[in-house]
Design a protein around this ligand. Structure first.
Ligand code: MG
Length: 250
């Protein structure tokens, strides 16, 4: 083996194979912020498709409960539900695996707090994989923690946030992870997200359960788990939540 090939082999052995999500330390403030894209004005909700399971139609939280299975404690009024700070998450009574999900949310106005303390909530897919909800309109934070990030893993492709108080949409396509019999990951979960109609996650591979401040890892779990909306202590509002279950992944 000549010296050049030896060096090339050494370089290959020494450089860990990294997926794009692993090029930056978790919550790195050096990670570039995605470009800002104005998604256009807010729009009134449209009726869900005929085969959608309506999870919240503005009237009641019958499809939801608290983590301890008691009734959901968030406040329903005027066609929306608002986080009642420090009452805990709300979660669907049903579980979902592969699905298309539509959620609308609005951050509090006037805005209060900065960075992660401004309009923070989150849509936890299968209860473990957070698509961040945050008022990212003129509110800097670490890239993997801004609105529409896979929290702690992947920033959105662009920042398509509307101002606080305006309604925003997430349209999410999620494919659950698959685990081998020994609990190892056979297929990572994948997610595509449109924020206000703008593509922000393009079939992103999720690297594990959402955690704060450390590298994500998978733990095996059932094929269907509830959707969870996060109580981060900020009175974020939600409306018009529906889901369409997709066929079983191959
Ligand atoms: Mg959050």
């Amino acid at each position: 083996m000549n010296q050049l090939r030896q060096l090339a082999l050494l370089a290959l052995i020494c450089s860990p194979l990294r997926s794009p999500a692993q090029q930056w330390p978790v919550h790195s403030l050096d990670r570039p912020r995605p470009p800002v894209v104005d998604p256009g004005p807010e729009r009134p909700p449209v009726p869900p498709p005929a085969d959608a399971i309506v999870l919240f139609d503005g009237k009641d939280l019958g499809a939801w409960q608290s983590q301890d299975s008691t009734p959901a404690k968030w406040v329903v009024r005027n066609g929306y539900v608002e986080v009642a700070p420090h009452t805990g998450v709300i979660m669907t009574k049903r579980g979902f695996g592969d699905f298309q999900l539509h959620v609308e949310w609005a951050a509090p106005t006037p805005p209060k707090g900065e960075s992660q303390e401004r309009g923070n909530s989150g849509v936890f897919l299968m209860g473990h994989y957070e698509i961040q909800v945050l008022d990212s309109y003129h509110n800097d934070t670490y890239a993997d923690g801004q609105a529409a990030a896979v929290y702690g893993q992947m920033p959105p492709l662009v920042n398509a946030c509307r101002p606080p108080g305006q309604w925003q949409t997430y349209d999410i396509v999620f494919h659950r992870p698959h685990f081998a019999a020994d609990g190892s990951v056979r297929d990572s979960a994948r997610v595509t997200v449109f924020h206000n109609g703008v593509l922000v996650q393009d079939n992103t591979a999720i690297t594990g359960w959402t955690v704060h401040g450390s590298r994500a890892h998978y733990q095996p779990h059932p094929d269907k788990l509830p959707l969870v909306l996060q109580d981060h202590g900020n009175p974020v509002r939600y409306r018009d939540i529906w889901v369409r279950e997709l066929g079983t992944s191959p």
